[in-house]
Design a protein around this ligand. Sequence first.
Ligand code: ZN
Length: 234
Amino acid sequence: MPPTTAVILRDLHRLRRHAKNLKDEIDRLPKMLQAQQGKVKRQEDALKQTQEKITKLKLAAKDKEGRLKQTHDNLAKYQKQLDTVANKKEMDALQVELAHGKESNRKLEEEIFAAMEETEQLTAKLPELNQAVAQAKSELANFDQIQQEKRAALTGELNKAEAELKEVETGLPEDLKAMYMRLVSQRGEDAMSEVNGRTCVACYTEITAQMYNNLLMGSYVPCRNCGRVLYLPE
Ligand SMILES: [Zn+2]
Protein backbone atom coordinates (compact mmCIF):
# COMPACT_ATOMS: atom_id res chain seq x y z
CA MET A 1 0.00 0.00 0.00
CA PRO A 2 1.47 3.39 -1.00
CA PRO A 3 1.84 5.99 1.76
CA THR A 4 -1.16 8.23 2.34
CA THR A 5 -1.04 11.94 1.53
CA ALA A 6 -0.85 12.76 5.25
CA VAL A 7 2.19 10.52 5.66
CA ILE A 8 3.87 12.11 2.64
CA LEU A 9 3.16 15.70 3.75
CA ARG A 10 4.28 14.92 7.27
CA ASP A 11 7.52 13.53 5.88
CA LEU A 12 8.02 16.46 3.57
CA HIS A 13 7.46 18.93 6.37
CA ARG A 14 9.96 17.13 8.61
CA LEU A 15 12.54 16.95 5.82
CA ARG A 16 12.09 20.61 4.88
CA ARG A 17 12.48 21.72 8.48
CA HIS A 18 15.53 19.51 8.84
CA ALA A 19 17.07 20.95 5.64
CA LYS A 20 16.30 24.49 6.80
CA ASN A 21 18.03 23.89 10.16
CA LEU A 22 21.06 22.48 8.38
CA LYS A 23 21.22 25.48 6.04
CA ASP A 24 20.95 27.88 8.97
CA GLU A 25 23.72 26.07 10.76
CA ILE A 26 25.93 26.22 7.65
CA ASP A 27 25.15 29.95 7.29
CA ARG A 28 26.24 30.61 10.86
CA LEU A 29 29.70 29.10 10.31
CA PRO A 30 31.38 32.16 8.71
CA LYS A 31 30.26 34.40 11.57
CA MET A 32 31.76 32.04 14.11
CA LEU A 33 35.02 32.02 12.16
CA GLN A 34 34.98 35.83 12.04
CA ALA A 35 34.65 35.97 15.81
CA GLN A 36 37.68 33.71 16.10
CA GLN A 37 39.62 35.87 13.63
CA GLY A 38 38.63 38.89 15.71
CA LYS A 39 40.35 37.35 18.73
CA VAL A 40 43.62 37.05 16.78
CA LYS A 41 43.28 40.63 15.58
CA ARG A 42 42.75 41.92 19.13
CA GLN A 43 45.86 40.11 20.40
CA GLU A 44 47.91 41.38 17.47
CA ASP A 45 46.70 44.92 18.13
CA ALA A 46 47.66 44.68 21.79
CA LEU A 47 51.16 43.55 20.83
CA LYS A 48 51.51 46.23 18.18
CA GLN A 49 50.38 49.00 20.52
CA THR A 50 52.93 47.97 23.12
CA GLN A 51 55.71 47.80 20.53
CA GLU A 52 54.79 51.24 19.22
CA LYS A 53 54.72 52.68 22.70
CA ILE A 54 58.20 51.30 23.40
CA THR A 55 59.51 52.88 20.20
CA LYS A 56 58.00 56.25 21.14
CA LEU A 57 59.42 56.10 24.65
CA LYS A 58 62.89 55.30 23.32
CA LEU A 59 62.74 58.18 20.85
CA ALA A 60 61.57 60.60 23.56
CA ALA A 61 64.35 59.44 25.90
CA LYS A 62 66.94 59.91 23.16
CA ASP A 63 65.69 63.42 22.48
CA LYS A 64 65.86 64.28 26.18
CA GLU A 65 69.37 62.90 26.47
CA GLY A 66 70.38 65.29 23.69
CA ARG A 67 68.85 68.19 25.57
CA LEU A 68 70.49 67.05 28.78
CA LYS A 69 73.89 67.16 27.11
CA GLN A 70 73.16 70.66 25.86
CA THR A 71 72.27 71.92 29.38
CA HIS A 72 75.37 70.24 30.77
CA ASP A 73 77.47 72.15 28.27
CA ASN A 74 75.72 75.39 29.17
CA LEU A 75 76.31 74.83 32.86
CA ALA A 76 80.02 74.24 32.26
CA LYS A 77 80.14 77.47 30.27
CA TYR A 78 78.44 79.50 33.03
CA GLN A 79 80.68 77.92 35.63
CA LYS A 80 83.70 79.09 33.69
CA GLN A 81 82.28 82.59 33.30
CA LEU A 82 81.92 82.84 37.08
CA ASP A 83 85.76 83.20 37.27
CA THR A 84 85.77 86.24 35.04
CA VAL A 85 82.70 88.25 36.12
CA ALA A 86 83.31 91.99 36.40
CA ASN A 87 80.55 93.00 38.82
CA LYS A 88 77.78 91.81 41.12
CA LYS A 89 75.07 92.35 38.52
CA GLU A 90 76.75 89.95 36.10
CA MET A 91 77.38 87.51 38.93
CA ASP A 92 73.71 87.53 39.96
CA ALA A 93 72.62 86.98 36.38
CA LEU A 94 74.96 84.02 36.04
CA GLN A 95 73.78 82.51 39.30
CA VAL A 96 70.21 82.68 38.01
CA GLU A 97 71.23 80.94 34.79
CA LEU A 98 73.10 78.27 36.74
CA ALA A 99 70.16 77.58 39.05
CA HIS A 100 67.82 77.45 36.08
CA GLY A 101 70.12 75.05 34.20
CA LYS A 102 70.46 72.74 37.20
CA GLU A 103 66.71 72.63 37.61
CA SER A 104 66.29 71.73 33.92
CA ASN A 105 68.89 69.01 34.29
CA ARG A 106 67.19 67.51 37.28
CA LYS A 107 63.83 67.44 35.48
CA LEU A 108 65.29 65.91 32.32
CA GLU A 109 67.09 63.22 34.28
CA GLU A 110 63.88 62.34 36.08
CA GLU A 111 61.95 62.14 32.82
CA ILE A 112 64.62 60.01 31.16
CA PHE A 113 64.65 57.67 34.12
CA ALA A 114 60.83 57.37 34.06
CA ALA A 115 60.86 56.64 30.32
CA MET A 116 63.51 53.96 30.74
CA GLU A 117 61.58 52.39 33.58
CA GLU A 118 58.37 52.31 31.55
CA THR A 119 60.25 50.90 28.54
CA GLU A 120 61.58 48.14 30.74
CA GLN A 121 58.14 47.32 32.12
CA LEU A 122 56.58 47.23 28.65
CA THR A 123 59.43 45.17 27.23
CA ALA A 124 58.88 42.63 29.98
CA LYS A 125 55.31 42.22 28.76
CA LEU A 126 56.30 41.43 25.17
CA PRO A 127 56.90 37.67 25.60
CA GLU A 128 53.44 37.27 27.13
CA LEU A 129 51.82 39.31 24.36
CA ASN A 130 53.68 37.33 21.68
CA GLN A 131 52.55 34.15 23.35
CA ALA A 132 48.92 35.34 23.34
CA VAL A 133 49.10 36.04 19.60
CA ALA A 134 50.56 32.58 18.93
CA GLN A 135 47.88 31.02 21.12
CA ALA A 136 45.03 32.84 19.35
CA LYS A 137 46.46 31.87 15.95
CA SER A 138 46.75 28.26 16.96
CA GLU A 139 43.17 28.29 18.25
CA LEU A 140 42.02 29.82 14.97
CA ALA A 141 43.77 27.13 12.94
CA ASN A 142 42.20 24.48 15.12
CA PHE A 143 38.78 26.10 14.89
CA ASP A 144 39.10 26.41 11.12
CA GLN A 145 39.95 22.73 10.83
CA ILE A 146 37.00 21.65 12.98
CA GLN A 147 34.71 23.99 11.10
CA GLN A 148 35.73 22.61 7.73
CA GLU A 149 34.94 19.13 8.95
CA LYS A 150 31.64 20.35 10.35
CA ARG A 151 30.75 22.10 7.11
CA ALA A 152 31.47 18.93 5.15
CA ALA A 153 29.32 16.86 7.52
CA LEU A 154 26.44 19.36 7.45
CA THR A 155 26.58 19.68 3.66
CA GLY A 156 26.53 15.91 3.34
CA GLU A 157 23.51 15.71 5.58
CA LEU A 158 21.80 18.52 3.68
CA ASN A 159 22.38 16.84 0.33
CA LYS A 160 20.94 13.66 1.76
CA ALA A 161 17.87 15.45 3.09
CA GLU A 162 17.32 17.23 -0.23
CA ALA A 163 17.64 14.00 -2.19
CA GLU A 164 15.17 12.34 0.14
CA LEU A 165 12.86 15.31 -0.20
CA LYS A 166 12.82 15.01 -4.00
CA GLU A 167 12.16 11.31 -3.70
CA VAL A 168 9.24 11.77 -1.30
CA GLU A 169 7.79 14.59 -3.42
CA THR A 170 7.36 12.20 -6.34
CA GLY A 171 4.76 10.37 -4.23
CA LEU A 172 2.44 13.40 -4.01
CA PRO A 173 -0.81 13.23 -6.01
CA GLU A 174 -0.45 15.40 -9.13
CA ASP A 175 -3.07 18.04 -8.23
CA LEU A 176 -1.67 18.49 -4.73
CA LYS A 177 1.89 18.52 -5.99
CA ALA A 178 1.35 21.66 -8.10
CA MET A 179 -0.12 23.58 -5.15
CA TYR A 180 2.55 22.28 -2.82
CA MET A 181 5.37 23.27 -5.19
CA ARG A 182 3.96 26.77 -5.61
CA LEU A 183 3.65 27.22 -1.84
CA VAL A 184 7.07 25.85 -0.87
CA SER A 185 8.74 27.99 -3.52
CA GLN A 186 7.33 31.02 -1.67
CA ARG A 187 7.37 29.91 1.94
CA GLY A 188 9.84 27.06 2.14
CA GLU A 189 9.44 24.81 5.14
CA ASP A 190 6.79 27.18 6.46
CA ALA A 191 4.35 26.20 3.69
CA MET A 192 2.90 23.29 5.69
CA SER A 193 1.20 22.80 9.00
CA GLU A 194 -0.03 19.88 11.01
CA VAL A 195 -3.58 19.73 12.31
CA ASN A 196 -3.88 19.05 16.00
CA GLY A 197 -7.40 17.84 16.78
CA ARG A 198 -9.24 20.28 14.53
CA THR A 199 -6.77 23.14 14.75
CA CYS A 200 -3.98 24.37 12.50
CA VAL A 201 -0.92 24.24 14.79
CA ALA A 202 0.73 27.15 12.98
CA CYS A 203 -2.01 29.75 13.47
CA TYR A 204 -4.50 28.07 15.87
CA THR A 205 -7.41 28.44 13.46
CA GLU A 206 -10.02 25.68 13.55
CA ILE A 207 -10.83 23.70 10.46
CA THR A 208 -14.35 22.71 9.39
CA ALA A 209 -15.75 19.20 9.38
CA GLN A 210 -15.68 19.35 5.59
CA MET A 211 -12.00 20.26 5.61
CA TYR A 212 -11.32 17.41 7.99
CA ASN A 213 -13.09 14.96 5.68
CA ASN A 214 -11.09 16.28 2.75
CA LEU A 215 -7.91 15.74 4.72
CA LEU A 216 -8.96 12.16 5.41
CA MET A 217 -9.42 11.67 1.69
CA GLY A 218 -5.93 13.03 0.99
CA SER A 219 -7.02 16.20 -0.82
CA TYR A 220 -5.20 19.50 -0.93
CA VAL A 221 -6.56 21.45 2.07
CA PRO A 222 -5.10 24.90 2.80
CA CYS A 223 -5.68 26.57 6.16
CA ARG A 224 -8.37 29.22 5.69
CA ASN A 225 -6.41 31.65 7.83
CA CYS A 226 -2.70 31.16 7.11
CA GLY A 227 -2.87 29.33 3.77
CA ARG A 228 -0.50 26.55 4.80
CA VAL A 229 -1.05 23.07 3.35
CA LEU A 230 -2.61 21.10 6.18
CA TYR A 231 -1.94 17.47 7.04
CA LEU A 232 -3.17 15.08 9.70
CA PRO A 233 -0.92 13.88 12.52
CA GLU A 234 0.07 10.23 12.98
ZN1 ZN B 1 -3.21 28.00 9.78
